[in-house]
Structures are given as structure tokens and as C-alpha cells.
Design a protein around this ligand. Structure first.
Ligand SMILES: [Fe+2]
Length: 364
């Protein structure tokens, strides 16, 4: 780590020089975003700045530059993509657990937006920037922390979906926060209901449904949030045909953000192990979502999601209904769940060979 000197000092005030130094350090430090610190980081006066193994976000880089530290290659560890996704998602999950648990015991229920913006959102944005959906999925697999990891997962999946739907950057960051907070109302639900190792009875289910209105009220009453974000907490279980809750409204009364988060929420819930059932295979989930695309979910959002997820699986092997194993070569936009697959010297277009189908996707 080395300090940098200002090139020409004549005619510049000390404030100019300081700004130049911070900007310069920021530029040179930025290349280390997404890497991990090797050791505890101290500034030139010996003040502790960040602990060893911190996964560096843009926010950390700003902090490091403010301390006039210039990082060098030996200060960081190279992290491969899979390890980066896992570290980032684990860090976010721990931060979400902190936020949930703090809120559970505070009276006012105002959300710590600063903590969320600094400790969770930058990681979610960085992971989403990679655009490698299939690679990200295994990091989103829940352990015994579904309640917290699910919020992070829905934040990441919704952000990817928002990008694919070509949202403007300011809409996208609003969506990321809304999606990450969509289930925040669950802090008002007793833990024994959240972690019950079996289906909920009628009374418990009625109580569970209230997490939507609780979440709406908490986000609405927090300074620095928007009405649209509060509506996502309220509406993410509403369905296009009016079969959802809490109000059973029809599709035209559900906001686009809520429709995006609903797709991400359903996908992650179905592909996760829960206390009372194991995860459904990925391909099975996509087929079910496709079946629901014209009744419960927004058909356009759902088709973009399925298309992009299938595209991220090009190169993966699939088990076919006749027992053969093929490799996904191309995704056909009009029928993404029936890709073109390669077996030996043959190329099979599953969109034409309707007697054949995919049983499941195998790993790469
Ligand atoms: Fe929910």
C-alpha cells in the first residue's frame, strides 16, 4: 500500500490536493472490487479500517481511499466466480439476519436503510452484474437460513430480471431494495410458524399471510423508501387471476415491480429445500412456471425469465425422457423449454420432436 503524490502543487489549495488524491486512489483501488483482503487493513496512522477476508464492495473502496490507502495486488486474494457468489450471498444473508433480528426487538419497526444500502445492496448489485444466472443459483441454495437467504435471493433474481426487462438504472436500484425487503413483514410472525416442519393449519396460514400488510406498513413508515417499494411487500403474493392475497386483486391492479418480485419469489421458493419438503428440480419448476404464465403470473415477465435462465444453461447436459443424455446447444425463443440438444453426431430439436422431452438438467 503506498500513498500517491499530487503532480503539481503550485496554485492548488490543500482541499484540491486532497480531492485529487481521493479520486485517484478510488480509480486505482476500484480494480479490486469483488476481491478479498488478505490481512486486516490499517491506515498510515495505524487506525483499523477493515478486517481480513472482507469482500470488497464499491463502498469499501471509497472508505479505503478516504483513508488514503492505495491497494496493491498482494493485498487481495483472487476469488473465482463461484467462490465470489457464495461469499457475497453469505455476507448479505448474515447482514439480513442482523437487520431482521434487530428489528424484531425494536418498538418503532423503522428499517435501517443505511445499513441495508451499505451492507447488502452493493453485493446484490455486484452479483447481478455478472449476469451468470446458472452460476449464481447454487449460492442461493438455503441451508437452515431460508428466511434471510430468501430475501437476498429474491433481491438478486429480481435485479437480473429487471435488467433483462431493460429497466432504467434508477428503477433498477429501487427494485433491488424493494425485492430485498419483500418479506420483511415476517419479523412480525412468530418463529415457530416460520420454521414449522410441516404445512400450516388454517389459523397459522391466516397469520402468515399478514406478513404482506405488516411489511407494507413498515416500509411505508420508514424514511427514505418509496410507495412503490411498500407496494411490493403488500402485493408480491397477489396473482393475475385474483387468486392471491391479501386482497385477491386482479392483474391490472398489481404493480410491475410486484409482478417481477412474484416471479423471483416463486422460483426461489420452489427451488429451495424447506422444513416440510425438498426442492423441486430446476427444470420441473420452470415447466410449472410456464404452465402458470397465463393465469397467475405476468406472461411477458415469466417468458423473459424462462428464456434467460434457459440461455444461461447452454452447454449443460440434460437427461431426456428416453434415457439419453444430450448437451444444450441452442435455446429457441418461441419454445425455450424445448432446446436444441446434441447427442453424439445427432442434433435433436425438441421443439419439433414432441414425443421426447427433458427430464432434468445435469450439472456442467
Ligand atoms: Fe412473502
Amino acid at each position: 500500500m503506498r500513498p500517491r503524490s499530487f503532480p503539481i502543487t503550485a496554485g492548488f489549495t490543500p482541499v484540491d490536493i486532497l480531492h485529487w488524491q481521493v479520486r485517484n486512489m478510488n480509480n486505482s483501488n476500484e480494480q479490486y472490487i469483488g476481491k478479498q483482503l488478505v490481512a486486516n487493513l490499517f491506515n498510515h496512522s495505524g487506525v483499523f479500517v477493515l478486517p481480513a477476508l472482507t469482500l470488497l464492495t464499491g463502498e469499501h473502496i471509497r472508505l479505503i481511499s478516504q483513508h488514503k490507502i492505495v491497494l496493491e495486488p498482494q493485498d487481495v486474494l483472487q476469488v473465482d466466480s463461484a467462490a465470489f457468489y457464495q461469499l457475497a450471498v453469505d455476507d448479505c444473508t448474515a447482514a439480513m439476519e442482523n437487520i431482521f433480528e434487530q428489528l424484531r426487538y425494536t418498538k418503532t419497526k423503522r428499517l435501517p436503510m443505511l445499513e441495508l444500502r451499505n451492507e447488502v445492496i452493493p453485493f446484490i448489485q455486484q452479483v447481478s452484474e455478472k449476469n451468470d444466472f446458472y452460476g449464481i443459483l447454487s449460492a442461493l441454495q438455503t441451508k437452515d437460513d431460508y428466511t434471510y437467504r430468501h430475501n437476498v435471493a429474491v433481491g438478486i433474481i429480481s435485479t437480473l430480471l429487471g435488467k433483462w426487462l431493460k429497466l432504467k438504472p434508477e428503477e433498477l436500484s429501487m427494485l433491488t431494495i424493494a425485492a430485498t425487503l419483500h418479506d420483511i413483514g415476517k419479523i412480525m410472525i412468530p418463529a415457530e410458524i416460520l420454521t414449522k416442519p410441516g404445512p400450516l393449519n388454517e389459523e397459522e396460514h391466516a397469520l402468515m399471510k399478514k406478513h404482506t400488510t405488516y411489511g407494507y406498513e413498515m416500509i411505508r413508515d420508514t424514511v427514505g423508501t418509496t410507495h412503490m417499494q411498500a407496494l411490493v411487500a403488500l402485493q408480491h403474493h397477489e396473482r393475475m387471476d385474483g387468486s392471491g392475497y391479501p386482497f385477491g386483486v386482479l392483474g391490472h391492479r398489481i404493480t410491475d415491480f410486484s409482478k417481477i418480485v412474484a416471479v423471483a419469489d416463486i422460483f426461489h421458493a420452489m427451488t429451495s429445500d424447506r422444513f416440510y419438503r425438498t426442492a423441486a428440480p430446476l427444470y420441473e419448476v420452470l415447466k410449472q412456471m410456464d404452465d402458470n404464465a397465463y393465469s397467475k403470473l405476468d406472461p411477458y415477465i415469466c417468458s423473459v425469465f424462462i428464456n434467460k435462465l434457459m440461455q444461461s444453461m447452454i452447454g449443460n447436459e440434460v437427461l431426456l425422457t428416453d434415457g439419453r443424455i444430450g448437451k444444450i446447444i441452442m435455446i429457441l425463443a418461441h419454445d425455450p423449454l424445448r432446446p436444441l440438444v446434441n447427442i453424439g453426431e445427432d442434433f435433436i430439436d425438441l421443439s419439433r420432436e414432441r414425443q421426447l422431452g427433458v427430464v432434468r438438467v445435469l450439472s456442467q
